[in-house]
Design a protein. Structure first.
Length: 273
């Protein structure tokens, strides 16, 4: 059996939501049983809220945030600040040992600026997303050092290059690259919906298992929209690079995280090649 870590990605809406205590308890139990766990998190809702309070207008294209200099400052304040601290606090309350990190923490997430590109939902022209990065490296030695000593790395979705330039990165993309480079035994994306749904207004329309072809068809037919589009695209790209399966789960009760890993498709949606 693969002995690599379990990578768990949490959206910002999850960190501030009602299921965080159950998730933290599951992480603490997995860690107590000897399973290395690495958390990666976003902070989209918190960033949007702060942008509006500061008089900024968030610009989202194809489910992705355009990041100018002012937006990057907001991402540092929310993602590497408030969200990371709140998540670590929830894990401490559950009895585990989190260590908050971001891209500039010894280049834990090494990144380069994303070139302008055409994206689904963004029209025919290439979009320049500004200070948005692509992951080109992960400080796996630092992560391994922490997990070997019983700590839970909690990684904010900011990247850095070797010169200290910072980039906002889609948290799913960070989690995917961490999973690839650490040879993870499982990658779990925790959202505020219970998986990929045929009807977004009906939780019972959950799709238990989805292949690459199923995913492409769901996007083309408009079954999958908004932020779920980049989530699926990034996930299938990770699978193409060697991740065995990606689990999209949400609205979790106690024990659901472990069940998603042990019984693929029983909770949320499992994505496979």
């Amino acid at each position: 059996m693969n002995k690599g870590p379990v990578i768990i990605k949490l959206g910002g809406e999850v960190v501030q939501g009602p299921h965080m205590a159950a998730i933290a308890a599951d992480v603490a139990e997995m860690r107590a049983e000897g399973t290395p766990v690495v958390l990666v998190h976003g902070g989209g809702p918190q960033a949007t809220d702060l942008q509006k309070r500061l008089g900024q207008t968030p610009k989202i294209v194809g489910g992705r945030r355009i990041t100018d200099q002012d937006t990057l400052e907001v991402m540092k304040m929310t993602v590497a600040g408030k969200v990371n601290v709140d998540l670590c606090a929830a894990l401490v309350a559950a009895g585990t040992k989190p260590v908050g990190l971001h891209g500039a923490s010894a280049c834990t997430v090494l990144a380069t600026k994303r070139p302008a590109k055409v994206v689904v939902g963004g029209g025919p022209d290439p979009i320049d997303f500004g200070f948005v990065g692509d992951v080109i490296g992960v400080n796996d030695a630092l992560i391994a050092l922490l997990t070997a000593d019983g700590y839970v790395p909690v990684l904010a979705c900011l990247g850095s290059d070797a010169k200290g330039n910072l980039f906002n990165i889609n948290a799913d993309a960070v989690a995917n690259q961490v999973a690839i480079r650490l040879d993870a035994r499982a990658l779990v994306l925790v959202t505020d919906v219970p998986g990929v749904l045929r009807d977004v207004s009906d939780p019972s329309s959950r799709i238990g298992k989805m292949t690459l072809e199923d995913g492409k068809r769901a996007i083309e037919e408009g079954v999958v929209t908004k932020g779920m589009i980049p989530k699926l695209e990034e996930s299938f790209a990770a699978i193409a690079e060697g991740v065995r399966a990606v689990h999209i789960v949400g609205r979790l009760s106690r024990g659901d995280l472990a069940r998603a890993v042990e019984e693929p498709g029983s909770v949320g949606t499992v994505l496979v090649a």
